[in-house]
Ligand binder design. Sequence first.
Ligand code: FE
Length: 132
Amino acid sequence: MADKIYKTDEEWRKELSAEQFRILREKGTERAFTGEYYKYSETGNYLCAGCGQELFGSETKYDSGSGWPSYWQPIKKEAIDFHRDKSFGMIRTEVTCSKCGGHLGHVFEDGPKPTGLRYCINSASLKFKKTD
Ligand code: FE
């Protein structure tokens, strides 16, 4: 199991942009269709913008029409933690980075085959790394 990362809000604020902090550490959501990676289609991996853990591969990214980067599977299951989220009068499953606890987005059961899942992720929670 990977070592977890714990930092104070003050430490995170120094490392993250204001938008990244709002989303990763305060469970915010970026406006649909505005994120850096929504239409991004380069080949490579998407890492956690907080700690650099590899989260999603470009081969599982697809256009869900939602306005947020969408993936049907993480690189490995252990990279993601799942939480029941009852905020805003909805029951959803929040997904966070298993290493730093950063909020990524939510997972829904209306994704494509083979998993049928849609990991709906904020661009601000991600950092793209091209594979050679
Ligand atoms: Fe992380």
